[in-house]
Design a protein around this ligand. Structure first.
Ligand SMILES: *Cc1c(COP(=O)(O)O)cnc(C)c1O
Length: 224
């Protein structure tokens, strides 16, 4: 199957309220252009340098999403153009994004990454840390970032019940946020969960943004 076919197949299977992020990390620009020419306009990358190289070379009507762990010292490279940063999990990082966004006169949308998986290795906040962060005056004072939702990754397992439990838990946190009063920099509407192996389950559990890589572009040439 070609990239175009894969993309069309996946898009046809998504309900209209679900946004598709085509995860193109490690893939060459020719592959991204094949998806672009088939109509895809949102791409996700996990390395700032690689994303910036691609942004420079590719059409400017693309929305670039940073889906990987972000190092504070690299925020400046994507601040001019990034559309959404999925993996934000500290005030320190939010402050740096705010600072760099301000230099470019922008407001950068961010998702707070929640730790929902069993594994210790994954990044993210727990529910207490999330509520503490959102309650901080220092957070409320940040004018050049906007928290537009949550992101999470389920445990890497074959156990569907486990994954379902984790997605359902994340959805419940999202629902609690959604009934809190919105402010200038807090407007939760996006729940980013689901990848190639589990996006259908994620959607069934309430996801409205899926991050799909290998099912569109094929397997990647490295172990993650
Ligand atoms: C790589 C990656 C994806 C896409 O994974 P696939 O299994 O190839 O669909 C989604 N989300 C994050 C955070 C990733 O790093």
């Amino acid at each position: 199957m070609s990239i175009k076919n894969n993309l069309q197949h996946i898009k046809a299977s998504l309900p209209p309220h679900v946004t598709l992020v085509a995860v193109s990390k490690t893939k060459p620009i020719s592959d991204l252009m094949e998806a672009y020419n088939a109509g895809q306009r949102i791409f996700g990358e996990n390395k700032i340098q690689e994303m910036t190289d691609k942004w420079e070379e590719m059409p400017k009507d693309i929305e670039w999403h940073m889906i990987g762990h972000v190092q504070t010292n690299k925020v400046k490279y994507m601040a001019p153009y990034v559309s959404l940063i999925h993996g934000v999990d500290s005030l320190k990082l939010l402050k740096e994004i705010n600072k760099q966004a301000k230099k470019h006169n922008r407001v950068i949308n961010c998702l707070l990454q929640m730790h929902i998986a069993e594994e210790e290795t994954k990044f993210g906040l727990n529910q207490n840390e999330l509520n503490e962060l959102l309650a901080l005056e220092e957070f409320k004072s940040l004018k050049n970032i906007k928290v537009t939702g949550l992101m999470g990754m389920a445990t890497f397992t074959e156990d569907e019940n486990r994954i379902k439990k984790e997605f359902t838990y994340l959805k419940s946190i999202f629902d609690e946020l959604s009934i809190q009063p919105q402010t200038l920099n807090f407007k939760p509407e996006t729940l980013s969960m689901g990848m190639s192996g589990d996006y259908q389950l994620a959607i069934a559990c309430g996801s409205n943004m899926v991050r799909i890589g290998s099912s569109i572009f094929g397997a990647r040439n490295y172990a993650e």
